[in-house]
Design a protein around this ligand. Structure first.
Ligand code: NAD
Length: 502
């Protein structure tokens, strides 16, 4: 499949437009004709301006079409993700299909409520007026997705963008090749082709795409590319959501059920062969706890994947040779206590635990994003907190302890996009929780109502009557102290403690 291809192709009539008639889409340096995607963006903006995406019935029809896409293409999705990532059918059904369906149902169940204008309090001068917040769509949205959950990570934001009434271009990752092809070829036939499109390609094509003026950009990927996207967005003052990555710490206190901790940590680390943005990236515990955890982790890995995980149908593969080489080089950090086997031809890396790792080791210098779990030794909870706070703020912090006070202490004294006590990953499955990063791990949130809000501009609206002009007289020149007194009486917001009614 040729990179930079648009699915579906915009109609011929758009090609005949004069360069100045570009639907408000001026590329960098005013170059509108030469940007390969300018015509597409113009076409979507014209559709958005026509108002067709605004009615609730339209949004519902497009969301229902997304559900049909998931149902009709379920087997192809399973095959494509198995080919790209060796993903087990169970993991695909859970993380690519069920998560998207939950998001769709949550949105369909609540959309009419979310879309309603919100009435707001009015001051004395506006008691006869109507004041409300309108949830306005932004316009034309660009969604850029990564490869690790190649369906979920474009579809969940797409649900929010459609629910909020936008037109959308989706740019899936070129790394998860089979899924990219499936999405590009199959998705457009389910959606209104005048409002939604898929663009394929890598760095070169995405760079050209980003030259266009979008009304919102939703990016999921690595922090360095997040900076590139935000810089491109800044040229047009386009607002962004950045869902990024980083190293998620996992503190294990001395008082805990070691078997349960090991199973929950191993599941979170080795799901999707560790290629999960919220996976626990490293463990922080005392030396005594490390010695208890190692056999428990070994047992959990054995229970999950058998004595040879390479033969397990439930353990995935690394997405590309480049990622495989990067990960293999990290195995030299600390001491390999569990796993460590690799097979380049299969891009297989065994579920691996590295003991006695130092903060200066290579495995601690970057987000691991693979099936490798280092353990860093600390002496107590305060040292763990200081350690966490000395790094960039992560997407998730995990804390395990049978003592709720210890879990709360980690929650209160650290900062991260999200938090999960006594488990891993599960907080992301709740559509009622916002999902997003902070600092280096991202900007903005999505999931459920938070997605709808992300893709909606909160338009503050006041509607007044044409008459009653005498009520406006005090605000017009010539000004006087008396007029100001009247204005103050009707416009002032009283501080509650000023109230002397009782
Ligand atoms: P990436 O940043 O390399 O690529 C993401 C997207 O950006 C892809 O579609 C890619 O084509 C595009 N891209 C890459 N380089 C670009 C450039 N120079 N200019 C413009 N576009 C470019 O990320 P990845 O390797 O696909 O995914 C892994 C990263 O994503 C990890 O850091 C992971 O933590 C993060 N991630 C975050 C979340 C989240 O929800 N916060 C979810 C999944 C993955």
């Amino acid at each position: 499949m040729e990179a930079g291809t648009v699915f579906p192709q915009p109609p011929e009539s758009e090609a005949k437009r004069a360069p100045e008639d570009n639907g408000g889409n001026k590329g960098v340096d005013g170059d509108t004709v030469r940007n390969p995607f300018a015509r597409l963006v113009s076409h979507l903006r014209a559709s958005w301006l026509s108002g067709k995406t605004r009615p609730m019935e339209y949004r519902v029809a497009q969301l229902e079409a997304l559900e049909r896409f998931l149902d009709d293409k379920k087997q192809q999705i399973m095959d494509a993700t198995a080919s790209d990532l060796g993903k087990a059918p169970f993991e695909t059904e859970l993380s690519e299909i069920l998560v998207c369906k939950n998001e769709l149902h949550e949105t369909l169940n609540n959309l009419s409520h979310w879309m309603k204008d919100e009435k707001v309090d009015r001051i004395l001068a506006m008691q006869l007026d109507s004041a409300f917040i309108r949830k306005d769509p932004y316009g034309v949205v660009l969604i850029i997705a990564p490869w690790n959950y190649p369906i979920q990570l474009f579809l969940v934001p797409l649900i929010g963008a459609i629910a909020a009434g936008n037109c959308v271009i989706v740019k899936p990752s070129e790394v998860s090749k089979k899924t990219e092809r499936l999405v590009a070829e199959a998705l457009p036939s389910y959606l209104d082709k005048h409002c939604f499109a898929v663009v394929t390609g890598g760095v070169q094509e995405t760079t050209r795409l980003l030259e266009n003026k979008f009304d919102y950009i939703f990016f999921t990927g690595s922090p360095p590319v997040g900076r590139i996207v935000m810089t491109a967005a800044a040229k047009h003052l386009t607002p962004v959501t950045l869902e990024l990555g980083g190293k998620n710490p996992c503190y294990v206190s001395d008082t805990c059920d070691v078997t349960n901790v090991a199973r929950r940590v191993a599941w979170g680390r080795f799901f999707n062969a560790g290629q999960t943005c919220i996976a626990p990236d490293y463990l922080l515990c005392t030396l005594e706890m490390q010695e208890k955890l190692l056999p428990a982790l070994q047992k959990a890995i054995n229970d999950f994947y058998g004595p040879n995980p390479r033969e397990s149908p439930d353990f995935g593969r690394i997405v590309s040779d480049k990622q495989f080489q990067r990960l293999r080089a990290l195995l030299g950090s600390g001491r390999v206590a569990i796993g460590g086997q690799t097979d380049e031809a299969e891009r297989y890396i065994a579920p691996t635990v590295l003991a006695d790792v130092l903060p200066s080791d290579p495995v601690m210098q970057e987000e691991i994003f693979g099936p490798i779990l280092p353990i860093i030794i600390i002496t107590n909870v305060d040292e763990a907190i200081d350690f966490i706070n000395s790094w960039e703020r992560p997407l998730a912090v995990y804390a395990f302890s049978s003592d709720d006070k210890v879990v709360n202490r980690i929650l209160e004294r650290t900062s991260s996009g999200g938090f999960c006590g006594n488990d891993t990953l599960m907080h992301v499955t709740l559509p009622s929780l916002p999902f997003g990063g902070i600092g280096n791990s991202g900007l903005g949130t999505h999931h459920g109502k938070f997605s709808f809000d992300t893709f909606s501009h909160l338009r503050g609206c006041l509607k007044r009557g044409m008459g009653r002009e005498s009520l406006n007289a005090p605000r017009y020149p010539p000004y006087s102290q008396r007029k100001f007194g009247l204005i103050q009486a009707t416009l002032k917001v009283a501080h509650k403690s000023d109230c002397t009614l009782l």
